[in-house]
Design a protein around this ligand. Structure first.
Ligand SMILES: Nc1ncnc2c1ncn2[C@@H]1O[C@H](COP(=O)(O)OP(=O)(O)OP(=O)(O)O)[C@@H](O)[C@H]1O
Length: 240
């Protein structure tokens, strides 16, 4: 689905990504781990076209998006990609429901009835049905993050990008969000998330470990094993 070819990115004189190459296949669930400042978020934002790159190419479904005009790229992001961040970015003057359906209203791909049906389904799936009319300030952090997953999914994206999605959540809210991500992935959604938390990365199928803007190692999990243990052993063996 996405092919990353030798991408580099610099901020002023500092090279933050250094000739990174890899592929994201449909149905992947990839966690990007690595020390603070290693380039994890920059990598996520570069792949998703939110950030420009200095060198290299990124192909999305065979189309080179690294030199696309911003208006074409923003259409691609709206229609094909979903985004979830650590600090939920929702409009405070809209209800939870209106925030969720907003990208669909902007995309204008579906009828109002279909948007409503899809939003209701997503809210049910993520366990936040009944919160439609609440203000953003009237729900918990975990509920708000689940609402942002609904919003990210509303336009039926091909891939979900997440940056530390559980970083601001307590352990039960974290578990709920991770269970949702795992369910979505089992239904076929492709997911890429940045995390520094091993218990989050252990829900993924693959872990990319980034050091100094390069992929230091890649781990593929055996899906039926104890992934928390396998990850801990791998991180220790690799001396990460
Ligand atoms: N807009 C920017 N301008 C200048 N330098 C930047 C900018 N964004 C990131 N950097 C630098 O690029 C490097 C990588 O940042 P990035 O946020 O990708 O790291 P990270 O691995 O996600 O870190 P963390 O785990 O702390 O969030 C850091 O040294 C950071 O200071």
């Amino acid at each position: 689905m996405i092919q990353v070819e030798a991408i580099s990115k610099s901020f002023q004189d500092t090279k933050v990504l250094n000739e990174i190459s890899f592929r994201i296949q449909k149905g992947d669930f990839i966690a990007i781990m690595g020390p603070s400042g290693s380039g994890k978020s920059t990598l996520l934002y570069s792949i998703s076209g939110m950030d420009s790159i200095s060198m290299g190419k990124i192909y999305f479904d065979g189309v080179n998006i690294s030199n696309m005009k911003e208006n074409v790229l923003s259409g691609l992001r709206l229609n094909k990609m979903g985004f979830v961040f650590q600090n939920v970015q929702m409009l405070k003057n809209l209800s939870i429901y209106d925030n969720i359906i907003l990208p669909a209203l902007v995309a204008k791909k579906e009828s109002a009835a279909n948007i409503r049906k899809h939003a209701k389904l997503l809210m049910k799936k993520t366990g936040i049905e009944g919160l439609e009319d609440r203000d953003v300030q009237e729900v918990s952090g975990g509920q708000l993050q689940r609402a942002s997953i609904c919003r990210a999914m509303i336009n039926h994206p091909d891939i979900l990008f997440l940056d530390e999605p559980t970083g601001a959540l307590n352990s039960s809210a974290t578990k709920q969000v991770l269970d949702i991500l795992e369910d979505l992935n089992q239904e076929g959604m492709t997911i890429m998330t940045v995390t520094h938390e091993p218990h989050v990365a252990a829900r993924a199928k693959k872990v990319l470990y980034v050091i100094d803007g390069q992929i230091a190692a890649l781990k593929e999990f055996e899906m039926d094993g104890d992934r928390d243990k396998a990850l801990a052993i791998w991180l220790e063996e690799m001396e990460f």
